[in-house]
Design a protein around this ligand. Sequence first.
Ligand SMILES: *Cc1c(COP(=O)(O)O)cnc(C)c1O
Length: 418
Amino acid sequence: MPRTDTVLADPRLSGFQRDRARAVVREELDRVRRGELPAADVAESARRRLSGPGGLRPVLNATGVVLHTNLGRAALPAAAVQAIVAAAGHTDVELDLETGRRARRGRTALRALGEAVPAAQAVHVLNNGAAALLLAATGLAAGKEIVVSRGELVEIGDGFRLPDLLVSTGARLREVGTTNRTSLADYRDAIGPQTGFLLKVHPSNFYQRGFVAAVPVRELAALPAPLVVDIGSGLLDADPLLPDEPDAATVLCDGADLVTASGDKLLGGPQAGLLLGRADLVEALRRHPLARALRVDKLTLAALEATLLAGETPTRRALRAPAARLRRRAEAVHGALGGAVPAEVVDTVAVVGGGGAPDVELPSAALALPPDLAAPLRLGDPPVVGRVEQGRLLLDLRCVPEDDDQAVAAAILRAAGH
Ligand SMILES: *Cc1c(COP(=O)(O)O)cnc(C)c1O
């Protein structure tokens, strides 16, 4: 029996920590029973796990899904990580150090966002994309109607549906058109004294082909009602790599009154919700009582500002990595295994994920491994998460930082018992 009493005997452990230490030791012993961990390593492995923060362990994303919601969507740029650390203590988030007076919360982050999207008269930042939509619906349409196409009543994930969220604000949905086709006349005929706003939702996690029709923003904007566009992904400018993804600048230039978006999808920043558009609407929403409940944390503001100023993000890098380079990296990892594990380099297709660009395929490269390595790799240190496809475990390198290739090779060797 491996010795674990030294782990639990640590006098620095509080009662709560001791309970957690017991649980961790039990889990490590289970791994030994399953043959995933040598018995001699139990104490060391448990100690390593207990020395870090409890949950939220750093994971190597080898899934080939750039924005994986279960893995925390966007990985932040290094500058954003530093900004979070710098803002973690007391910070001037709501204080003007020059005058000593209260100042607009997160004003430098808001300025950076405003400068990134000059077409927006005003901007506001909240907890997430859903919060942005919630505030718009509450502030502009509670007790009124939101006119929306039947083709855009989207379920965003984990069972959450945008129509339910909209109705929860006290607004009524005025559904127009059909699942596959909605015309300008459908919207026009629905507008009346009860209209709060017209809503266009980007169906970001699916796409329709065939006998379909939707009304472009430019045409909707000409109708006599405010137009809110939920672009979802947080793309601020048009990106030729993602031709079907709407971006905030274009949508505003086409006449939308408000745009809502997420901060941690294609923008590549922290979880946040963005509201951009007409100054009077943004200001009214910013002062709405509900806005206080959706107020964003100082750490988020710090990370968002740094992401906007950094330009380059791990998300952008992962989206743009050339397939040939990924293939060379996969071959180098294969070489580092030295034939000790049955592995093969294969061409794969990676995806954007995070409910974005569902029709975009990113040619990529992966190591194909026996599927029984999936669990030990996931449970290793660092955990490496791949995907199992057609009976093989694929470790796709598109979202793995290049600096971590050797860590992937070492993790494979450890998982295979070498
Ligand atoms: C992702 C998404 C949302 C929700 O944004 P969160 O930041 O996840 O709250 C809303 N609408 C669309 C179209 C989305 O893609």
